[in-house]
Design a protein around this ligand. Sequence first.
Ligand code: FAD
Length: 205
Amino acid sequence: MRGFNCEYLGTYAQTELGHGTNLRELQTTAEYDPETQEFVFNTPKLESMKWWPGGMGKTVNYVILGAHLITKGQNHGLHTFIVQIRSEEDHTPSPGVTVGEIGRKYGMNSNDNGFLMLKNVRMPRSHMLMRHAQVLPDGTYVKPKSDKLSYGSMVFLRVVIAKEIGKWLRKAATIAIRYSAVRRQSEIEAGKGEVQVIDFLTQQY
Ligand SMILES: Cc1cc2nc3c(=O)[nH]c(=O)nc-3n(C[C@H](O)[C@H](O)[C@H](O)COP(=O)(O)OP(=O)(O)OC[C@H]3O[C@@H](n4cnc5c(N)ncnc54)[C@H](O)[C@@H]3O)c2cc1C
């Protein structure tokens, strides 16, 4: 309910400086400690720092973190966890958290895309998103019914992105073609008058 009321803000932190497309090679770890029933999060190398997440540079208090789940000494691959990265009181970074903005980009500069490094950051067991896979209090791993469940929503989002980009491209092409038909500029043959911009071969490609 507090999330619905915007009492705190979050983002999805999966991509790392070293790897984006190749999710299998992500390096952030979430190691379960059965003594305290907590996960211990680390970004062990420079290239494992989270890189890109929208709103992480300055705004959010929490991330849904993609990390390799290690329990009872075994790596079970990428899973997702809720990790608090800033205080809800004064917005300072949590202990073990280094966070900031990645800087200027070619576009979308109104969005504070961020970087994030974690050093032995601890969160309770309940912070793992356990609808499909689970870690029991003693550290036993329970597999999801289907491995595909873990990346289904990501695939869906990629389809939406491709669909949206197609929509904007369609609008841009319509505007450019209409303008090329209306605008006359320069002569192709001297003395014959200015032609429609669309008559130039380079414009047609
Ligand atoms: C504006 C913006 C916002 C973002 N927001 C978030 C966010 O909120 N949270 C988050 O976790 N991430 C976010 N990202 C990161 C985004 O998900 C990654 O940029 C994306 O997954 C690609 O990863 P990469 O940049 O490391 O590119 P790379 O993995 O280095 O890929 C670069 C290019 O290499 C080619 N390539 C790579 N692998 C293959 C392959 N197997 N087959 C064919 N071609 C290939 C493709 O052309 C690809 O585009 C954001 C990125 C941007 C630009």
